[in-house]
Design a protein around this ligand. Structure first.
Ligand code: SF4
Length: 327
């Protein structure tokens, strides 16, 4: 039986768990600090005061991906497969700020496949040492070889999030251009290695994005994985320019009136450019480079205030980049 534990205000992502693993485990690990963080997250979901520093930092520790998924704009970008690593000095600068401001949460894997950075586990461990509580790594899972899994299990990562989206190999090949049998072996090996290390973390989240191509596969996906994964995420597709999905007919239902991301997170791309959210639509919304200005200054900047103000406007005049944004 799946219990819903989180629903994005936009309705785009619903997160389920088979038992109370996420909240109870992280509360056990971090006590009141974690409870306070989740309380602040709820307040900022309602666009309460954003505070002095984001609650979450989303990082592209590299660019590129080895797959060409239908729903991802990388599939049409000439440099979509090119892997360029975030500069180590920039990463250290971000980690120093995370430590100084007691950052609660971090995600590795913005707009890219983070396991293409050979230092992903090492950098996760640096975030743990800096005091970040909840660290997620979102991946297609195909690079999860034994040594990588062991390093991630040892790193202190709290959540490993793998996109699956299919139960039939042909469906997976059509949607993601990869091999499902390899991915399934990687997931099973991860579960064995985590168990033999005697650890409950990283919690495993598997996701299923509902697409016309995988119709009829959600139920078998849940049967296959809900007893093994700690968390299951069921997502609605979002159309981005350059993706391989057809543009939905009719007017876009922009999530701008409900978007709370600029109250909760900042994202930094591998090249230091800063986004106010984790959506591709937000990639050009801010003029900042994280190597030149602190995250705290960005968070309190006129540009972020202006973005929050216009997202809260009652006259429906949202920033043009946010108008088509469904996520
Ligand atoms: S592009 Fe705008 S509406 Fe979309 S997530 Fe980013 S800030 Fe929110």
């Amino acid at each position: 039986m799946l219990n819903e534990i989180h629903q994005e205000p936009t309705g785009q992502v619903a997160l389920y768990e088979t038992e109370d693993r996420y909240q109870s485990l992280l509360t056990e690990m971090f006590g009141q600090r974690f409870t306070d963080y989740r309380q602040r997250w709820r307040e900022t979901s309602e666009r309460g005061r954003p505070g002095d520093f984001p609650l979450s930092l989303d990082l592209a520790i590299n660019s590129g991906c080895q797959l060409r998924c239908l729903m991802c704009p990388l599939q049409s970008r000439a440099d979509g497969g090119q892997v360029r690593l975030m500069d180590e000095k920039l990463f250290s600068r971000l980690i120093d700020q995370a430590r100084e401001h007691r950052l609660p949460a971090m995600t590795l894997g913005l707009a890219s496949e983070p396991l293409l950075n050979p230092r992903a586990a090492e950098w996760t461990a640096a975030a743990v040492r800096a005091g970040v509580m909840d660290i997620r790594l979102g991946t297609n899972g195909l690079a999860l070889k034994e040594t990588v899994i062991k390093a991630l299990v040892d790193s202190g990562l709290t959540r490993l999030e793998i996109s699956v989206d299919a139960v039939r190999p042909e469906t997976y090949q059509d949607i993601r251009g990869g091999r499902l049998d390899i991915l399934e072996k990687r997931i099973e090996q991860f579960l064995k290695i985590r168990a033999s290390a005697g650890q409950r973390t990283p919690l495993l989240r598997l996701s299923f994005l509902k697409l016309p191509r995988n119709q009829g596969e959600l139920e078998p996906f849940l049967e296959r994985w809900s007893g093994l994964a700690d968390l299951i995420s069921i997502q609605e597709p979002i159309w981005f320019p350059g993706s391989g999905l057809p543009k939905p007919p009719g007017p876009v239902k922009s999530i701008a009136p409900n978007c709370s991301q600029p109250w909760q997170r900042l994202a930094v791309n591998y090249d230091g450019s800063v986004w106010p959210c984790c959506s591709w639509y937000g990639e050009a919304l801010l003029p900042f480079q994280a190597g030149e200005i602190s995250l705290a200054e960005i968070w309190r900047s006129q540009e972020m205030d202006e973005l929050r103000r216009s997202l809260s406007s009652t006259d429906g005049h949202f920033p043009p980049a946010c108008e088509p944004c469904e996520c």
